[in-house]
Design a protein around this ligand. Structure first.
Ligand code: ADP
Length: 194
């Protein structure tokens, strides 16, 4: 299964992507995690992106698209993946379509985590107390949500138009959202088997 999770910061998409990854033996491909790992290990990419992440801005598309292209060509992604944090704008969405078309694959579902800004901000602030993320300052949170509305929401609409979008009520508990996702994935798998 080739899956994509989309939604604002704090919507729980990363948590659910990890659960799906474990339950269905699919690699969890998170651009945010990949950038943070590069920063932690002090690679050249890490040094380049560190100030960008801290500000809440997007890393340039060339870097991000190249990173994803390489990651999706790895052996463990051959039978599927859960893509988290990419695509975040229309340029990246077009690049992803191109990449998948090249290898004769498509997306099976785009899970959309729908959440109000109020709840998103509340959740990110709560998370900032547990995790030590440089981009959980009020300024960077505001910037990330603004970019989400401007640049990522058009990506949601693009996938809605393809009929692959699975809207989820992300304000509910982790367990409830997880149950809804598994029901949707069961339907997909039954459809594929039929
Ligand atoms: P969040 O969804 O909470 O903003 P992520 O871990 O997905 O957290 O991303 C953290 C940061 O990594 C982003 O603010 C951005 O700087 C960078 N980033 C992640 N994914 C992308 C992407 N697809 N394109 C550009 N920058 C990205």
């Amino acid at each position: 299964m080739n899956l994509l999770v989309l939604g604002p910061q704090g919507s729980g998409k990363g948590t659910q992507a990890k659960r799906i990854s474990a339950a269905h033996a699919l690699p969890h491909v998170s651009t945010g995690d990949m950038f943070r790992a590069a920063i932690a290990s002090g690679t050249e990419l890490g040094r380049r992106v560190e100030p960008i992440l801290a500000s809440g801005d997007l890393v340039p598309d060339e870097l991000t698209v190249a990173l994803i292209r390489e990651r999706l060509s790895e052996e463990d992604a051959r039978d599927g993946f859960v893509l988290d944090g990419f695509p975040r704008n229309l340029t990246q969405a077009e690049a992803l379509d191109g990449m998948l078309a090249e290898i004769g694959r498509g997306l099976d579902a785009v899970l959309f985590f729908d959440l109000s800004d109020e709840l998103a901000v509340e959740r990110i602030r709560g998370r900032a107390l547990d995790e030590d993320r440089d981009d959980d300052t009020p300024e960077a949170i505001g910037r990330r949500l603004a970019i989400y509305h401007e640049q990522t929401e058009p990506v949601v609409e693009r996938y809605r138009a393809t009929g692959k979008l699975v809207p989820l009520h992300a304000a509910r508990s982790i367990e409830d959202v997880s149950t809804e996702i598994e029901a949707a994935l069961d339907l997909l798998e039954d459809g594929a088997a039929a």
